[in-house]
Write a protein that binds this ligand. Structure first.
Ligand code: BG6
Length: 476
């Protein structure tokens, strides 16, 4: 293929405060929704918003409390990212570091100062921060008081939080994302909106209400940032990955259209400024209130770019029997016979990334940003030996090749690419360390034992060459 990625293409990696910072009781931070979610099988009822009791329990282990200790080790980690040549680091801010309970009038100075230091360190190496304002992260106090974004009051708390961030970091942060994987609210309302589902009420009605509140908050975020700093660019963030029909039966094709709406619904509201017709119909039927002012804010404050995570594609059928196991499990997919083995409920599909990029660019005609892509592996570390994580290298190589085709052959406008978990961190779905995405190994196991030592893997040196050659050198 002729040519290369455009100059200034933002190569880098992505992390999130709740999965890496730790330091839950440092610098005046308050408790957050993910702090109280245990590791292990009990975790899922929290994620789905089914667990009502959010108190700590003696026999459970809570890995988020210490994360990978990025709070104390960020300088070392950023130096390693710089060594790989990162142009951008996607990171998130812990809301409860800035407003420990969420209802204070004045932000916590120590929390603000911590991110000042992080941004200063990034600047030292010319690494651009890409900041997710809320990545599965809500002050626990607001979660308990309002049931997160199930309540309209949460929008005011978010507005105050965004205002504090832009007042402090104007000129230091150019790229912002309002919420991580905002469309997850329909599946995982607790982790993505701090909301629990009342089993006595209509579940879909509750989820649409949460969706409306969080989409309104997102539009307010765009407005507040644009007004305070017209130079900044604000994006949304969607959990993506196209759904293919199981067969070419029109029924399966329609089922795939409906599944793809899980992501388009949110993309349409955030990028086009209006609810798609099928969502309006559904919301009317469920009697979801949408105030005129919300609709005005949504229509006037669309995002500058769209960002998404892409791990693989999915397959859906109209056959209810076949679909049975997809119900309520956002990661489950029917097996695609044209792709390889299913790992962690996913099948690798690099060409699906090109398809997704094309579909999204055709639809919205706004710049895109891939802000998560990767695969988890159980890398083992033997002191003195290089960790040969070839599976990571193969995965990234194949996806970058397809991304390159989308940019160079199809003309997709792509701002950058940040791999997920550029340093090993806690998995969001399992809360384990053994699902490792990183170019950098962290010596910590699933029980929280280890030295926290950071060790570059083979993929570290491979990615270094990719960035150095602006995507030309993919074979090491
Ligand atoms: C995305 C999230 O859904 O996928 C991340 O934005 C998450 O927070 C990532 O870590 C990978 O999923 P997992 O469950 O393997 O950590």
């Amino acid at each position: 293929m002729k040519g290369n990625f455009p100059e200034g293409f933002l190569w880098g990696g992505a992390i999130a405060a709740n999965q890496c910072e730790g330091g839950f009781d440092q610098g005046g931070r308050g408790l957050a929704n993910m702090d109280v979610v245990p590791a292990g099988k009990n975790r899922f009822k929290y994620m789905f918003g089914e667990e009502q009791d959010l108190t700590f329990r003696e026999h459970e282990y809570y890995p988020v409390l210490k994360g990978i200790d990025f709070y104390h080790r960020y300088k070392e980690d950023i130096a390693l990212f710089a060594q790989m040549g990162f142009k951008v680091l996607r990171l998130s801010i812990s809301w409860s570091r800035i407003f420990p309970r969420g209802d204070e009038e004045i932000p916590n100075e120590e929390g603000l100062a911590f991110y000042d230091d992080v941004f200063k360190e990034l600047k030292k190496y010319d690494i651009e921060p890409l900041v997710t304002i809320s990545h599965y992260d809500f002050p626990l106090y607001l979660v308990e008081k309002y049931n997160g974004f199930a309540s309209y009051e949460m929008i005011e708390a978010y507005k105050k939080y965004v205002s504090a961030l832009i007042a402090r970091y104007k000129g230091k942060v150019k790229y912002w994302l309002t919420f991580n994987e905002i469309n997850d609210v329909m599946y995982l309302p607790y982790i993505s909106a701090g909301a629990r589902i009342d089993p006595g009420q209509n579940e879909m009605a509750q989820k649409y209400k949460i969706a409306h509140n969080i989409l309104t908050a997102s539009a307010w975020g765009v407005k507040i940032i644009h007004e305070a700093d017209p130079e900044s660019l604000v994006g949304n963030m969607i959990a993506n990955g196209c759904w293919y029909p199981y067969t070419c039966s029109p029924k399966d094709v329609m089922a795939a259209i409906q599944k793809n709406r899980d992501a388009y619904f949110f993309g349409d509201v955030q990028a086009r400024g209006k609810y798609p017709s099928y969502a309006k119909k559904q919301m009317e039927a469920l009697q979801i209130p949408t105030w005129e002012e919300d609709i005005k804010i949504i229509s006037e404050n669309t995002v500058d770019f769209l960002s998404f995570s892409y791990y693989g594609s999915h397959v859906v059928s109209a056959d209810e029997k076949l679909n049975e196991r997809l119900k309520n499990d956002k990661l489950a997919t029917l097996t695609n016979p044209y792709l390889g083995e299913v790992l962690y409920k996913r099948q690798d599909d690099p060409e699906g990334l090109r398809i997704t990029l094309n579909e999204w660019y055709d639809r919205y005609q706004k710049p895109l940003f891939i802000v998560e892509n990767g695969t988890g592996t159980d890398d083992q570390y033997v002191p003195g030996q290089l960790i040969e994580d070839d599976r990571h290298i193969d995965y990234y190589r194949q996806h970058i090749e397809q991304m390159k085709k989308a940019v160079l052959e199809d003309g997709v406008e792509l701002l950058g690419y940040t791999t997920w978990g550029c340093i090993d961190l806690l998995s969001a779905s399992s809360n384990t360390m053994s699902k490792r995405y990183g170019f950098i190994y962290v010596d910590l196991n699933d029980k929280g034992e280890g030295t926290f030592e950071r060790v570059p893997k083979k993929s570290f040196y491979w990615y270094q060459k990719v960035i150095e050659s602006n995507g030309e050198r993919l074979n090491g």
